[in-house]
Design a protein around this ligand. Structure first.
Ligand code: ASP
Length: 347
């Protein structure tokens, strides 16, 4: 049921991360503190022209401890309140925020409301915190409506340091500066300055003929392998020839190239025979995989490797988990990897 209050209603879910941390006086390390203390440190939150409710996950965490089960918990919190609120803000640690945003973008199919992830590089209790601006602007974006009265940004996004980015296009790029995230292969959906400038033509809209459909099963039997000059056969075999492995993302060079080592093609053929989906993602932050461009890439195409296009690693891995969680066959997963299902690749 929706609130009768005429103000936009926003639900904030606190999952942990620096924004809600404080220094442990004994160890000097940052640790999570409770939601009540968070709200006390940030009274401005209640001076907004919105109806705001908030809750925390049972155990707020440093996002390095985030797991697929955590994405399911977050998705469930949103799904059960979906009809009650106009928009959602998820407070999350920055370290794995891009993974969570990517996973949620696939789990919340045909989303019609904003789900904005944000956090900060400095805790909310610090004078120079970036958390207040990040959170207040995220709330404003989650509440924004277009001329037709629909949500301005009905997507899973990350808002950070004045930019609103499609969640499944983001990567954490800075461990120090406030500009922690970038979306190299897709432009920002909005920029916040004195006013928030949206780019409506870049924003995905739900299909009005289909319902919002959450997906809560994920299969984590996936692996990531980064190529480098000198990579040894026995280590690659130990990592990939594992019973149960269902998909692997290989981080290749440049436009999707790999060394022409005599053992690599037979290994890829063996993985294919075992039903493993092998996806080619580039190590470059910008640009796309094009396997036919060089012989070193063509050999992968010929071995049945699937194109990762201009996807981020975060997006490829979480999309595979979702597709495998659906029980799709190797061919079906490969076919879906060649489609954009939440704006994650440019075709
Ligand atoms: N380690 C923290 C986390 O990801 C870093 C942050 O929030 O910025 O939870």
């Amino acid at each position: 049921m929706k609130y009768t209050d005429s103000r936009p209603s926003i639900f904030i879910l606190y999952t942990g991360g620096t924004i809600g941390m404080v220094e442990n006086p004994h160890t000097g390390a940052l640790e999570n503190f409770g939601l009540d203390r968070f709200v006390k440190l940030f009274p401005e939150l209640h001076r907004q022209p919105y109806h705001i409710d908030y809750a925390a996950l049972d155990h707020p965490i440093d996002s390095s401890d985030m797991e697929p089960s955590g994405w399911v918990k977050i998705a469930k919190e949103i799904v059960r309140r979906y009809d009650m609120y106009d928009g959602f803000v998820v407070l999350h640690g920055t370290d794995t925020m891009a993974y969570t945003a990517s996973a949620l973008s696939f789990m919340l199919e045909n989303l019609g409301k904003p789900v904005i992830l944000t956090g900060s590089q400095l805790p909310i209790g610090k004078l120079r915190t970036d958390g207040k601006e990040n959170l207040l602007t995220s709330v404003e974006i989650a509440a924004a409506r277009n001329e037709e009265g629909a949500s301005m940004v009905p997507e899973v996004c990350i808002y950070f340091d004045s930019r609103l980015m499609r969640g499944n296009r983001t990567t954490k790029v800075n461990a120090e500066g406030f500009n922690a995230f970038r979306s190299y292969n897709y432009p920002s959906l909005a920029k916040a300055g004195i006013s928030i400038r949206y780019e409506p033509r870049l924003i995905r809209r739900p299909d009005p003929d289909r319902p919002f459909t959450p997906h809560l099963s994920l299969d984590d039997r996936v692996m990531l392998l980064t190529l480098f000059p000198g990579i040894r056969r026995e280590y690659v075999e130990a990592a990939l020839l594992q019973d149960g492995l269902r998909a692997v993302v290989i981080k290749t060079y440049g436009s999707g190239n790999a060394p022409q080592k005599p053992w690599l093609r037979p290994l890829l053929a063996e993985l294919h025979r075992r039903g493993v989906v092998v996806v080619n993602n580039t190590q470059c932050s910008q640009g796309a995989v094009e396997m036919g461009r060089y012989e070193t890439g063509l050999q992968l195409l010929q071995a049945g490797v699937v194109n990762g296009y201009d996807s981020t690693i975060e997006s490829s891995l979480t999309k595979l988990m979702l597709l495998l969680g659906h029980g799709f066959s190797q061919q079906e997963v490969a076919a879906q990897m060649n489609c954009s299902i939440a704006g994650e690749i440019t075709l």
